[in-house]
Every structure is written in C-alpha cells, then in structure tokens.
Design a binder for this molecule. Sequence first.
Ligand SMILES: [Zn+2]
Length: 333
Amino acid sequence: MRAIVINKHGGPEVLEWVDIPKPKLQSHETLVQIKACSLNHLDIWVRLGLPNLRLKYPHILGSDISGVLVGSGEEVVVCPGINCGQCEACQKGRDNECEKYGILGETTNGGYSQYIAVDSNKVVKKPKNLSFVEAASYPLTFMTAWHMLVAKAKIKKDDWVLVLASGSGVGSAAVQISKLFDAKVIATASTQSKLDHAKSLGADEVINYKEEDFSCRVREITQKRGVDIVFENTGKATWGQSIKSVKKYGVIVTCGATSGYEALLDLRHVFFRQLSILGSTMGTFDEFKKITKYMSEGKLKPVVDRVFPLEQAREAHQYLEDRKQFGKVVLTM
Ligand SMILES: [Zn+2]
C-alpha cells in the first residue's frame, strides 16, 4: 500500500512517500480502507520527537481517520484513543485515564496510509450527513474539547467561556460545544477572517489578541467579573492574561501549550481568588459516541480548512505549522 512514513525525527522533509506491506490483522482487529485523515498538532510533535516517545520505524502518523471497512463496505469513523479495556479506569468508562492509554499515530501506526488495522470495538458508523473529509475532521479535537469543557470544567448554561486560539482545531470545537450548552463565548484569534469564522460558529464576542490585551477586553465584556472558564491550549504566550481573565473561583482548563510550556504563574491569583487549574488530555469512547450523534444531527459541525492529497503531506505539515488555518487540514487517499 502507499503510505507516508517517517524514519527519523525532523522537519516536514522527513515525511516520505513509500510503498509498504498492508498491516496484518490481529484477532480483535478490523481492516479499514482509509479515505481521509486529518492533521493535528500532535502529528508535528511526534514528527519532531517527544520525550519518552520511542517510535518503531518506519512510523505512520495520523490520529483522525474515516474510511470503509474492508469486507462489509460499511463507512466508519475511527476513535483515536487506544486503551486496554481491562484496568479499573477502563472498566469505569474513564478510558483516557488507562495506564496503557495511547493514540493512533503516536503510540501505534496511524492514518497517513491506504489501510490501517484498528480495534473492531473502536469504530462507529460515519454520520451520513458528513463527507469522509468532514468525518476525519472531528474525532480528536472534539473529544479533547468535550472532555475539557464538560467532564473537567462542568460547563453550564450562561457560563462565560473564553476560548483561546479559536482558529485551532480544538478551539473551533470548543466554541461549538460551549454554544451547545448555551454558554456565552468570547473567542480570541490573530486575524479578522479567523474572528469572523469564530462568530459564524456562534462566538458572542471576539478579540484580536495581536491588537489588544485580551484580559482587559474580557474584563470590559464581563463588566469586571471575568469569565467562568478559560479554555487554554496555547500556554506560555497567554498564561498571564488567562489568569487575569478568569473570575474568582473560576476554572482554567488546559490541554496544550503550542506557544511553549514553561509559563509563569503568579500563585497569589490562584489562592486569593481560589482558582482551579485543570489539566486534560483526550476523552473517552462514550464521549466520542455522543459527539458523533451530535454530528449526525447537525448540532456540531466539523470545520475543514483545506484538503491535500496524501502524497503532499509535507506541504500539509508546513501549512499547519504556519498557522494559516481555521479548522482542520485533511489528507485524502
Ligand atoms: Zn485500561
């Protein structure tokens, strides 16, 4: 089969377009002919190399996969989370707390190829109203954003939610999920077109963080109160302003640090204002099924920015690294 692989860490140039054997199936697995696979920032981190991550080369990136079951022809979406199914966390439905938790394309081969063998219990029917490209554009980002807002931050009606980097995959998911729960959204982005996009997804207020200190604007918008929830995914560049934007007893929930992970924190804000800082990663299979249902009802929508053919994975990576996108960058086979 044709695939994009990496044989070492590095820039986009380490992505190689090659011919390799089709994956061999284990008893609990099913073979998926991949139609589309979307990119995540995770792909870039894995390509560059992460501490404690040892890859078996050649390695195939890609966590978000839609395709067709070989044999039955059923159209499916694949859950990107891999868990053991046996441990206490798994038994209680908290799969992303599994000690053996992994992600397709990170801990195993992923979707930058024509075929993949996946756990038969981790595929769901593709919503009929979504194309393969759209169906490959929601799993990881929506699971991540859902778990952050619903499971961790306990979002509720009329909460003010500040979504940072609303042009990112998780950001655009967070805007929509917040609106699904009838919360009020302030979205930040770096360009007018991204701010317009955030508005079109339902954001009540938008702030260009390149032009103004977003924490000042947030305090104006919320009449000095601050927001109930800050949806963080940028880290170092925004952390100080995020702390100033959250209200007393408010929550900052974070899933990433695309601008750097060594953020400064004035602890006085944390204890005097009794803030909660919550970390979150991925989500559960149950959440994935819930999100898929909302997708099929049109209540949540994948946001696709641009599609590249698989063989142009290098260009697609460069495009994502340049942060030109609003929503997802997708590879098609
Ligand atoms: Zn487990």
